[in-house]
Design a protein around this ligand. Sequence first.
Ligand code: CA2
Length: 146
Amino acid sequence: MSKPIFVLNGPNLNLLGEREPHIYGHESLGDVEARCVARAKVHGMTIVFRQTNREGELIDWVQEARGAASALVINPAGYGHTSVALLDALKALSIPIIECHLSNPAARESFRRTTYVSLAATGVVSGFGPVSYELAVEAACGLATD
Ligand code: CA2
C-alpha cells in the first residue's frame, strides 16, 4: 500500500463557498476534498486533506509529509506570497510537490505574482476552480514516490 497524498490548504480556505464566489466558486472545501478523494481512488491512492489558518501548523504538516506522504499537493493561499519559512520547509522534501490554486494569481493583483512556493514546486496548477485540485491530484498520482 503506497503512502497517502497529502493535500494541504492554507489560510481562509475554510471560507470557500461562503465568500467571493465570483473568484473562488460556490463549492465548499469539503466538496473539494470529495473531488480529491474520488480522483485518487481511481488510481488506488488515498488522500490526507487538511486546512489551517496558522503558518506554523502548515509548516509542521509539510515536515510530517517528509516521512508520511508519497506526494504533496499544496494550496498555500496567502502564505504562498509571503512565507520564506514555508518555502524552506518545502525545500526539505524529496517527494513531488504540486502547487495548486483555484484562481490564476498571475492574472490578479501584482502582489500575487510572487509565489515563493513555486520555487520548490515540481509543477503548478491554477485557474480552474475546484478542478485545479483534481488536476493536481492526478499529477500527484502519476509522480508519487513509494
Ligand atoms: O486561488 C487560490 O487558490 C489562492 O491560493 C487563494 C488565496 C489567495 O491569497 C491566493 O492568491 C490564490 C486566498 C484564499 C482565501 O480563500 C477564500 C475563500 C473564500 C472566501 C474568502 C477567501
